[in-house]
Design a protein around this ligand. Structure first.
Ligand code: CO8
Length: 263
């Protein structure tokens, strides 16, 4: 879709091969309403399908990545409505349909569904004073978009229990210390420069290899170790069938720069 087709997000290509989606509902601190999630899914599907895009950055503003699901929209929902419409199931499209790496760049609030959205991405960079949290307990509910599962895998059971049962926030600095975030930055500007640099690096590699690498690392979250190692080996074997494996290894031997065919 054309960039101006969106109301709650902005889509751009700030660096060669890098797509950027910026959540933009400033008056509600980027609260994740149904229409916003629909736009996000459309934009991600289109970037994922684009032959020129190699990596995607998902970000918000310096004040908020996203302050959660839209509480006002959810407040009057009934069980039968939530159940029969599979409320928020489409959020997971991000993890199931996008084969290219998605890098979350988090400044300010990443709360509830916002924290879960960041956790669904392939890696998180953030500012040191970013505010993560799963405060659903304060609203009389619990995380509903994977937070209890992904946060627990990231920080371990005891810490996840503490965070989810108290709803207390944790900082970007803590997120990095606990392995939730890969790197922290002092300011939003430095964060964006850092995330775009990493995204550009990823986008400079063979798309076949990058997609395979993303796939096998994510499998580690679902499979027992033995099955995961076997899965990885199968995919590794399969890549000997790609042109880019031949191109990459030949370039190394010739001390030249690989010109990827992405095949
Ligand atoms: N939903 C709807 N509107 C929101 C949300 C939200 N999650 N967060 C902020 N807003 C709105 C505020 O209502 C306010 O609007 P208005 O100006 O019309 O009153 C505007 O954004 C600005 O917010 P504040 O005035 O509150 O700004 P402050 O700087 O004072 O405070 C906070 C910022 C601390 C982030 C505060 O806004 C806050 O606590 N927000 C809610 C955080 C929260 O509880 N998030 C979890 C929501 S539940 C959830 O995400 C998961 C539910 C389980 C299912 C998962 C998927 C749906």
């Amino acid at each position: 879709a054309a960039p101006d087709a969106y109301k709650y997000i902005e889509v751009s290509e700030p660096r060669p091969g890098v797509g950027q989606v910026t959540l933009s509902r400033p008056k509600a601190l980027n609260a994740l309403s149904g229409p916003l999630i629909t736009e996000l899914n459309t934009a991600l599907a289109s970037l994922s399908a684009s032959p020129t895009i190699g990596a995607v950055v998902l970000t918000g503003s310096s004040k908020a990545f996203a302050a959660g699901a839209d509480i006002k929209e959810m407040a009057s929902l009934t069980f039968s409505e939530a159940y029969t419409t599979s409320f928020i199931e489409s959020w997971s499209n991000l993890t199931t349909t996008v084969k290219k790496p998605i890098l979350a760049a988090v400044s300010g609030y990443a709360l509830g569904g916002g924290c879960e959205l960041a956790l669904m991405c392939d890696l998180i960079y953030c500012t040191s004073d970013a505010k993560f949290g799963q405060p659903e307990i304060k609203l009389g509910t619990i995380p509903g978009a994977g937070g209890s599962q992904r946060l627990t895998r990231a920080v371990g059971k005891s810490k996840a229990m503490e965070l989810i049962l108290t709803g207390k926030f944790f900082s970007g600095e803590e997120a990095e210390k606990w392995g939730v975030a890969a790197r922290t930055f002092a300011t939003h500007e430095e964060l964006m420069a850092g995330v775009l640099e990493t995204a550009e690096t990823i986008a400079s590699y063979s798309k076949v290899a990058v997609m395979a690498a993303k796939e096998v690392v994510n499998k580690s979250q679902d499979l027992p170790l033995r099955d995961g190692v076997e899965y990885e080996r199968r995919v590794f074997h399969a890549l000997f069938g790609s042109q880019d494996q031949k191109i990459g290894m030949k370039a190394f031997a010739e001390k030249s720069k690989a010109e990827w065919s992405h095949k």
